[in-house]
Design a protein around this ligand. Structure first.
Ligand code: NAD
Length: 484
């Protein structure tokens, strides 16, 4: 398979927070990979902008180390690394003061695309947006990329949107959710809308239920104090799981164009029914003999924040009336897995009799690990002995089906940054989508706060609290196994 790399237009990309963790692990290595792929035109430049005093040479050393550590085998080619570093420079800048802004302005060239990546704490978004404006850098050729968290509730999200809107139009604002940059997530749209096979069955008449799981094996790590203010609902469900839900449930957009897609996603969020309290399961990972529990990890012995959340949802529209969606996400679980599972209904009548057992088609879309899809199909078990039925997966692991190139598929961040340069907002969240998601989330959080709900402890390395299994069992269903 030959990959097609279409170079983007020349650009100036400024990374505010260019010395931070996200820049080091994702943004800079991602840009390097696009450079090696030939997507970056010779005139493109990357400017790190952060508080630390540093010169260009010092920053290039920082970038080189980031590439060696995080860009994979491509960084073995020293010529490529040097070639990329030639386009990199640095400005020491204060988001809250005047230092560095004149130097930044002199670096920006003519009417090239200007992209400003806000890889800093959200508290600085307003200051940076305002200073870009004051220094004449908020013109039509400018785009800004903002990282999550995008607010912590509806009011703060509205305030943030309003602040950015003072200086930038919505078509210049790219709210990044890296889940949307994953290959499989886009494939979800290709599968649904590029094939005739699935769409006629994609509704309450044929789908029994849908599961969305994003499971992590790690705990809160060094993010304890941030995470404890947030929890699984704000950190994962309101954004990543909600976006996956939208893509799986939305109506076919008329075109694969930014606002056509985002209009349909918004309709899904607005059609979500309020969630019944007994359809919510919250948990906190417990301590073990050799590992601390959630409360020790966040250094808050009285924390009621959830590190696990499972929910049963309903979407009130014609397509999905009566079909439940089960969402779960958590830390310190058995496997690192992100997957969407569409479980179809039983065949209306079994000609093979009761002895043949119950068989269902299940489409599992894996975001990680091993991006790909499987479709369980019922067939006859080979051999003599009558008509015994068995479910076998039609397996389409992308790396197997499409060759080694799929294995080195573009990572989410690099794809999304190139989309910013191209001016394509399809895979970015619009302001009204973010607000609608908070409008749905806020009453749920308010409900469990008012009830003084205490998260259930759960065993590390398992599948979450027992109640999460019960959420399914009560309905005669079960979660798909969390495979290691
Ligand atoms: P970080 O603390 O590692 O880096 C912060 C950066 O901001 C540093 O470069 C610092 O110099 C710069 N900075 C701080 N104050 C400044 C000021 N007044 N003026 C100019 N620069 C200033 O943070 P991070 O982990 O890189 O995260 C950045 C943003 O990305 C945050 O909003 C975070 O929530 C979000 N995010 C991070 C990750 C991740 O994996 N690290 C993932 C998703 C979202």
């Amino acid at each position: 398979m030959v990959s097609r790399v279409i170079p983007v237009d020349p650009f100036d990309l400024v990374i505010f927070g260019g010395t931070g963790d996200l820049a080091r692990r994702k943004i800079l290595p991602g840009l390097f990979r696009r450079f090696v792929a030939g997507q970056m035109p010779p005139e493109a430049q990357v400017v790190g902008a952060a508080r630390s005093e540093m010169d260009d040479a010092g920053y290039r050393d920082f970038v080189r180390e980031a590439i060696v550590e995080f860009a994979g085998p491509l960084s073995d080619d020293g010529t490529q690394v040097d070639g990329f570093l030639e386009r990199v420079s640095y400005v020491a800048i204060d988001a809250k003061g005047e230092a560095g802004w004149d130097a930044l302005r002199t670096k920006m060239r003519g009417d090239l695309v200007h992209a400003f990546y806000f890889s800093v704490a959200p508290a600085l978004f307003g200051d940076i947006a305002e200073r870009l404006h004051l220094h004449g850098l908020a013109g039509d050729e400018s785009r800004i990329v903002v990282e999550k968290p995008f607010g912590k509730d509806l009011d703060s999200a509205k305030a943030l949107n309003a602040t950015l809107a003072e200086h930038f139009h919505e078509h210049q604002i790219y709210r990044i959710d890296h889940y949307l940059g994953k290959e499989t997530v886009q494939n979800l749209m290709a599968v649904r809308f590029g094939n005739v096979l699935f769409e006629p069955l994609w509704n309450a008449q044929y789908v029994d239920h849908i599961q969305i799981t994003v499971a992590e094996t790690v705990g809160v790590g060094g993010r304890g104090s941030y995470y404890d203010q947030s929890g699984a609902m704000r950190d994962m469900v309101q954004n990543h799981l909600m976006q996956l839900l939208c893509l799986i449930a939305m109506e076919p957009p008329a075109k694969f164009e930014p606002d056509a897609v985002r209009d349909e996603k918004l309709k899904v969020i607005r059609a979500l029914e309020p969630v019944e309290p007994h359809h919510i399961v919250r948990g906190q990972y417990d301590k073990t003999v050799d590992s601390v529990g959630y409360r020790e990890d966040v250094e808050n012995p009285r924390s009621f924040t959830e590190s696990f959340l499972a929910l049963k949802l309903h979407i009130s529209n014609w397509r999905w009336a009566g079909t439940p969606f089960y969402l779960r996400t958590g830390k310190k679980l058995r496997a690192r897995t992100s997957e969407i599972v569409v479980v179809f209904k039983d065949a209306p009548h079994s000609i093979f009799g009761a002895d043949a057992g119950r068989h269902r088609n299940v489409l599992a879309i894996r975001l990680q690990p091993n991006e790909g899809m499987t479709l369980d199909v019922t067939i006859k078990e080979p051999g003599p002995g009558g008509m015994r039925l068995v479910d076998v997966p039609l397996d389409m692991t992308f790396a197997d089906a499409l060759g080694p190139e799929a294995e080195q598929a573009t990572e989410a961040y690099e794809r999304l940054i190139m989309d910013v340069i191209r001016g394509n907002q399809t895979l970015f969240m619009r302001g009204d989508e973010v607000e609608a998601a908070w409008a749905w989330t806020d009453p749920i959080i308010a409900g469990w706060t008012a009830r003084s709900d205490v998260p259930k402890p759960y065993e590390q390395g398992g599948t979450g609290p027992e109640d999460s299994l019960m959420l399914m069992h009560r309905d005669g269903r079960r979660w798909r196994e969390l495979k290691t």
